[in-house]
Design a protein around this ligand. Structure first.
Ligand SMILES: NC(=O)C1=CN([C@@H]2O[C@H](COP(=O)(O)OP(=O)(O)OC[C@H]3O[C@@H](n4cnc5c(N)ncnc54)[C@H](OP(=O)(O)O)[C@@H]3O)[C@@H](O)[C@H]2O)[C@@H](O)CC1
Ligand SMILES: [K+]
Length: 495
């Protein structure tokens, strides 16, 4: 799914209107989509307190107020009575609303502390039209609303957030439990500094002009289920273990054998035909007894001191590797003698960061840093938006894929495209989750998935398995090994 900027959404809006539907009817459609969702998800609510701005986001709020009232809910509307100069469509909806006797229209300043647990606050103050910091009056209102302990819904975007950039200063931002957004994810929903204000995101389809959406150019995408269905290749009949590639996971050191073990197990669970673990001898017994399906190649006693080059294999290097001098030398020797794409993670990245010898990374390789590893490799950035920009530069410069791990992991391609993943949960923020991802990616690439597609599929699959694990064990209790055991269920649901 494409992510558009606020500017592009505005153009998409116009293209939709030029194509037949009037702007007021488009607003009605948007409001109806919200009300349909609210009716299903807030059946028990009694009273909706709806805060409306003067633009079209406010217009949506005014239409939602009328429609909810018609469905039998109690509704109160809050506007800035003295300074209101509504947009054309908001004005029409305001007039429609005023015809209804049962809806109180109050001033923002009339907001009281609401303790009724059956009340819901709806934020329709600003949407994608926000183009500057909020005035103090709005900031005070939002701070007040954020204190009220009732469920909160934002229409399109939580007020105070921009659609596609980070706020310049400490701003007051409406803290939603749910954001009902129209047609597209906005970039700000997917970054940690801004996304934390959105709560659960529901994307509501309002039939915006599909030709415009198909043709509009963007570097930013969300990885959704329909994209994955196009990427997924079911296993062919009449095949043998040689048809599904050879994965070699390299890593482990004394005390960190578990990391490479989890990568190995994940590669197997993702379908790798032949799977090897290249690890120090101290891991032999552990690996052979825990993962009998994998073959063991001993390299060193307590840490990896050599990397064997094998034909027609895909290497995933780094989990639990450590940074011993001999290990560093083994990695550099290997990178100097082997130029095929590989997956580099964890200590393999830390070793490269210390040497700053990043040109040794073979073209089309995949690196999987978390934000701190990214910083060690490429330097500090001010925020996660800047981090993505730097990642785009580096992915192009080095001609590699960067899988930037975060709450919403992003895949950045050498063509500077950015794909945000929306599966996964905070139960995965535990040591070991990254090792699982390395195994999954190695496995998919060894099965001849195109590298970009393997990255998209891999991060999605990883998150999806994490979601199934969280549903069974809770985010707190789920382990990376539970996630590995759920990979199969994700494949079952795909086929
Ligand atoms: N295709 C879709 O997705 C559809 C979208 N729809 C809805 O339309 C919404 C976008 O509406 P919108 O363009 O009227 O902008 P909105 O956010 O209401 O702001 C209003 C105006 O406020 C101003 N302003 C800006 N910053 C400010 C500030 N800090 N303090 C004070 N004022 C400030 C600025 O005007 P300016 O002052 O710059 O002239 C701005 O234009 C969208 O989010 C969705 O809810 C649906 O109805 C139909 C389909
Ligand atoms: K809003």
């Amino acid at each position: 799914m494409k992510i558009l900027t606020a500017d592009q959404i505005k153009k998409c809006d116009s293209a939709t209107i030029e194509n037949g539907i009037s702007s007021i009817n488009l607003m009605e459609k948007a409001a109806n989509a919200c009300v349909d969702w609210i009716q299903v998800n807030f059946k028990q609510a009694k009273r909706f307190l709806i805060f409306c701005g003067q633009g079209n986001n406010g217009g949506d709020g005014l239409a939602i107020a009328r429609l909810l009232y018609e469905k039998g809910f109690d509704v109160e509307v809050f506007i800035e009575k003295n300074q209101m100069k509504f947009s054309a469509d908001a004005e029409i909806n305001f007039k429609r609303l005023k015809l209804i006797k049962g809806i109180d229209i109050n001033n923002f300043s009339d907001v009281l502390i609401v303790n009724n647990e059956k009340s819901v606050i709806v934020d329709a103050l600003f949407g994608y039209g926000l183009n500057r910091e909020l005035s103090n009056d709005f900031k005070n209102l939002i701070e007040k609303l954020n204190q009220i302990p009732v469920p909160k819904i934002s229409i399109d975007i939580p007020t105070g957030l921009y659609a596609d950039k980070i706020n310049e200063e400490e701003s007051a931002i409406f803290k939603a439990d749910f954001t009902l957004t129209f047609q597209f994810y906005k970039r700000s929903f997917l970054h940690p500094e801004t996304g934390k204000f959105c709560g659960k995101i529901e994307v509501l389809d309002i039939d915006l002009n599909s030709k415009f959406i198909d043709e509009v150019k963007t570097d930013y995408f969300v990885i959704d289920g329909s994209l994955i269905r196009k990427i997924y290749k079911p296993r062919e009949d009449f095949s043998n273990k040689g048809s599904f590639g050879k994965s070699i996971l390299i890593g482990g050191s004394y005390g960190k054998i578990g990391a490479v073990l989890m990568s190995t197990l994940s590669a197997l669970r993702t379908g790798s035909g032949l799977t090897f673990t290249m690890a120090p001898e101290c891991g032999n017994l552990i690996l052979q007894s825990q993962v009998p399906e994998a073959m063991f190649i001993g390299v060193g006693e307590k840490y990896v001191d050599d990397i064997e080059v094998q034909e027609k294999a895909v290497y995933g290097i780094g989990p639990g590797l450590g940074k011993e001098k001999q290990t560093q030398k083994a990695l550099f020797d290997f990178l100097k003698s082997y130029q095929n794409p590989m997956i580099l993670d964890a200590d393999a990245l830390n070793i490269l960061a210390e040497s700053q010898n990043l040109n040794l990374i073979p073209k089309n390789s995949v690196i999987t840093p978390h934000p701190l590893e990214f910083e060690r490799l490429f330097g500090k950035t001010q925020n996660s938006f800047d981090r993505i920009e730097l990642a785009k530069e580096k992915a192009e410069e080095l001609q590699i894929f960067i899988v930037l791990k975060d709450h919403h992991t992003a895949v950045i391609t050498p063509e500077r495209k950015v794909y945000y993943n929306i599966t996964g949960n905070s139960g995965m923020a535990k040591g070991g989750s990254g090792d699982v991802l390395t195994g999954i990616l190695t496995s998919l690439i060894s099965q001849k998935y195109d590298i970009e597609k393997a990255c998209l599929f891999g991060v999605w699959l990883h998150g999806k398995a994490g979601d199934l694990a969280a549903a069974e064990f809770s985010e707190e209790s789920m382990l990376p090994t539970d996630l590995i055991n759920k990979i199969g269920e994700v494949f079952q649901n795909l086929s």
